[in-house]
Design a protein around this ligand. Structure first.
Ligand code: NAP
Ligand code: FER
Length: 329
């Protein structure tokens, strides 16, 4: 059986373009006895893929000619593994191709009851779990808090803000563009959202929160982290979750200096979602309850067909995505 595989053609320079990807036919052959064969239903596009394309992620870094891999919701179509019979729905890492052979030990059965199964890649999957772990275990917001969240319309940021609202905090998002900010305020129900493309961020923070935020959930890093640190209330908490401002840069930028951290008397917390796998069943239950109750909304940008994945990923890395980016296969 032949499938079209999407590979990294070359290391991107700056934001990825479709020319950094190549489509190549590969022969799948017969399934190795130890593997299960899966058909992809939906593929997740996530910012960490850009770090792998640059060769600076913790694992699975890519060389030119390597297949791009990411997490996908799949249906098992061939299997000798009794726990994963044909027809089972699983989440697993796969190459970007319509059918793949994968290690059954690396397949996670997905059963989200009445929720759309693709939420297992977004609000009830890795990005949502990142938000839930970061908020409940690190940030721990309460009614006295004013929490700032960057990349506020993305799957991590939007979930963080709504969880902080549910805990009674006042929540201010940061997002790029009027349309994203309107969604963050009107649909995700943050108290405010600063459009950093329209208004200087320091000015916006001073306008909305003259006493300074008590917490910052940072998805962006770089100058944005520096600016929020400069406004943080003494003793404020910061959860460091992502540095998307750096992912397209040729060199890892120098981070904020200790001057800003000292000046803010900040408590800084690093978040890695993989440390919090034990929280997944709880988040699938709590998150689904919130979605049913209307207190958690999610935004998705769904493109159709694997051939649309490179351009959709390039849009994500230019900040042009509107919510969680998925490819329906
Ligand atoms: P996302 O928010 O959809 O990410 C894309 C958004 O980032 C863009 O739409 C853009 O929104 C924003 N952005 C800000 N500066 C940017 C820049 N210089 N270039 C491109 N985009 C920029 O993605 P997500 O999945 O929710 O992830 C958010 C962050 O969490 C990422 O940094 C990701 O790496 C991190 N993360 C960390 C973990 C962990 O375990 N630590 C797990 C999952 C995700 P605006 O236009 O609104 O700024
Ligand atoms: C991400 C950024 C960082 C992410 C994971 C990490 C899954 C983890 C880094 C590490 O383990 O050091 O967007 O998404």
């Amino acid at each position: 059986m032949q499938v079209t595989q999407y590979q990294m053609a070359r290391h991107p320079v700056g934001p990825p373009t479709t020319d950094d990807f190549a489509a190549a036919p590969v022969d799948l052959g017969s399934r190795p006895a130890s593997a299960v064969r899966v058909k992809l239903n939906a593929l997740s596009l996530d910012p960490y893929i850009r770090m792998r394309m640059a060769g600076r992620y913790i694992a699975d870094n890519l060389k030119p000619g390597d297949p791009i891999t990411s997490e996908a919701i799949c249906t098992v179509i061939e299997s000798n593994t009794s726990a994963l019979p044909p027809g089972s729905t699983v989440a697993t890492m796969v190459p970007w191709q319509a059918v793949a052979d994968v290690d059954p030990a690396r397949c996670r059965p997905v059963n989200l009851g009445d929720m759309p199964v693709r939420y297992g890649l977004g609000v009830l999957g890795m990005p949502g779990l990142t938000a839930y772990a970061g908020v409940t275990r690190l940030l721990k917001p309460g009614p006295d808090d004013v929490i700032v969240v960057s990349a506020a319309s993305g799957p991590v940021g939007a979930t963080v803000g709504q969880l902080c609202k549910a805990a009674g905090a006042r929540v201010i998002g940061i997002a790029g563009g009027a349309e994203k900010c309107a969604w963050v305020k009107d649909v995700a129900r943050f108290d405010d959202c600063i459009d950093y493309r329209q208004e200087d961020l320091a000015t916006g923070l001073a306008r909305l929160c003259p006493e300074g935020p008590t917490g910052y959930f940072d998805n962006v890093g770089g100058q944005m982290l520096r600016t929020v640190l400069g406004k943080l209330r003494p003793g404020g908490r910061i959860v460091l979750c992502g540095i998307i401002a750096d992912y397209n840069e040729p060199e890892v930028a120098a981070g904020p200096t200790s001057m800003e951290i000292m000046g803010a008397r900040a408590h800084i917390m690093g978040l890695i979602v993989f440390d919090h796998e034990d929280l997944r069943p709880e988040w699938e239950r709590v998150g689904a309850e919130m979605i049913r109750a209307g207190t958690l909304v999610t935004r998705e940008e769904i493109v159709s067909g694997l051939a649309a994945a490179p351009a959709a990923f390039a849009r994500l890395m230019r900040g042009e995505n509107q919510g969680k980016v998925l490819v329906e296969v």
